[in-house]
Design a protein around this ligand. Structure first.
Ligand SMILES: NC(=O)c1ccc[n+]([C@@H]2O[C@H](COP(=O)([O-])OP(=O)(O)OC[C@H]3O[C@@H](n4cnc5c(N)ncnc54)[C@H](O)[C@@H]3O)[C@@H](O)[C@H]2O)c1
Length: 424
């Protein structure tokens, strides 16, 4: 590392978070080693192919001058900065599973050397960087702040968001020492317009959990209000859109079939788990989790009601689900509420088929599900179309015209005047 150069970067974990980050450095001419345990992903990248919707094959090909995808962790030792972007799921008992972080940290520790900066980006509970990573790294005999630097910087990437990307989304960083923070600020300043330093890694870890808890709680609030509005015969979307005209003090959130993805359903539970160690109960988080995770059940109840309108029962009914991804214009079905919805419909004796242009196939309940093309025949042969994900490519007018019945959980279908369209 010379002059004011930040040197080279290695990124451990090339998923939704790690890959865009690697490309952002490569775009600036910074040499990036991208390390992933999954050889299929590495092969695709080496061949100039992307597996993330927001990233084109061309972007990968253009980056390959500076970006070196590999499964070989030993290449970490050639780099000056290491960024860890591995998954942080929940265990079967819905507790934090930081085993990927520990495994990646052990790999990094094997190649840690003087002068390196290591940053953790995986979302996790406050304390992980200093309580877990620092001790793994210091077992090598090197000292944080003296021999190497360590920081946490939460990732804020929003897959499918066309307005905000790595560059124009401010990045929070918190280092173990002041020097660690300075190094991390220097690193991210190369690719991000605004870097926001905070006083510690635990603060930066808590920032991310507050952001996603804020979303989970507000989504739960509108999901509850949606259920109340339905009982009262009020259109909840009309209420929200009118409330959103208030120029201050209100931020619109919209109801839906439940929450999904790697972040909103998972992250708040990292915070509530840690809170318990402080003998503190995070009641907002628990309530939001309860309301949001019951939405699939409510959707199936509404399906029941919708079919009832035409004298049909769910038993024996064919339900065409549009969109299985957890949100629009992406192909991620992790934690997608659709999975619980499918399970419940099948339990009640219904039949499920689906279309999702972003998810051609997936495995669930011991079988492989394949997306069916939307045709007149498929629409006409379905007892009800359930709009689960409002992908932009769907032609709603056509769908509403051809479908026998529609239950729209996203307010996507403009069914005005068509008596066959029902909203959540
Ligand atoms: N997806 C998002 O929108 C998002 C947004 C903000 C934060 N995050 C957080 O970022 C982290 C990563 O999420 P993601 O969505 O990118 O996950 P992902 O599953 O898309 O990608 C993680 C990658 O890490 C690889 N991997 C796992 N263990 C590894 C190891 N030891 N060495 C090398 N590679 C390894 C996997 O093969 C995978 O390709 C999580 O903590 C998540 O909560 C995600």
């Amino acid at each position: 590392m010379q002059g004011n150069s930040i040197g080279t970067v290695s990124i451990v974990g090339l998923g939704y978070v790690g890959l865009p980050l690697a490309l952002a450095f490569a775009e600036k001419g910074i040499r990036v080693i991208g390390i992933d345990k999954n050889p299929d992903k590495v092969k695709m990248l080496e061949g100039g192919r992307s597996y993330i919707e927001d990233i084109t094959n061309k972007e990968i090909r253009d980056a390959l001058d500076c970006f070196y995808p590999t499964t070989d962790v030993s290449l970490i030792s050639d780099t000056d900065n290491v960024i860890i972007c591995v998954p942080t799921p929940l265990s079967k008992t819905r507790e934090p599973d930081i085993s990927y972080i520990i495994s990646a940290a052990n790999d990094v520790a094997g190649h840690l050397r003087r002068g390196m900066l290591v940053v953790l980006e995986s979302t996790t509970y406050p304390g992980t960087t200093e309580e877990v990573l620092k001790s793994i790294f210091e077992e090598t005999g090197l000292r944080v702040g003296e021999d190497f630097c360590l920081a946490f910087s939460p990732e804020r990437i929003d897959p499918g968001n066309k307005s905000f990307n790595v560059k124009n989304t401010p990045k929070v960083v918190g280092g173990v020492t002041r020097r660690c923070t300075e190094r991390a600020v220097e690193l991210y300043s190369r690719i991000v317009d605004r870097v926001v330093p905070v006083s510690s890694p635990a603060t930066a870890e808590a920032v991310k959990l507050l952001e996603n808890t804020f979303r989970a709680v507000n989504i739960a609030l509108v999901n509850e209000v949606a259920q109340l509005c339905h009982r009262m015969g009020i259109d909840v979307w009309e209420v929200i859109n009118a409330a959103a005209t208030k120029p201050f003090g209100f931020m619109p959130f919209y109801p839906g079939p439940g929450i999904g993805g790697h972040c909103i359903p998972v992250d708040p539970l990292y915070l509530s788990w840690k809170a318990k160690l402080f003998n503190f109960r995070t009641r907002f988080i628990e309530l939001a989790d309860e309301i949001n995770s019951k939405m699939p059940e409510y959707v199936v109840y509404r399906l029941f009601e919708t079919l009832n309108e035409v004298g049909k029962s769910i038993k024996g009914a064919r339900i065409l689900i549009l969109g299985v991804a957890y949100k629009k214009d992406i192909g991620d079905i992790r934690e997608s509420p659709v999975l619980e919805i499918i399970k419940l419909i099948l339990e009640k004796g219904g039949e499920v088929i689906y279309n999702d242009p972003y998810v051609p196939e997936f495995d669930f309940l011991g079988k492989r599900w394949s997306s069916l093309e939307i045709t007149d025949e498929v629409l006409e042969a379905s007892d009800c179309v359930l709009v689960h994900t409002d992908h932009s490519v769907y032609k709603w007018d056509y769908i509403a015209k051809k479908a026998r019945l529609v239950l729209d959980t996203r307010n996507a279908v403009n069914g005005a005047g068509l008596g066959n369209v029902y909203k959540l």
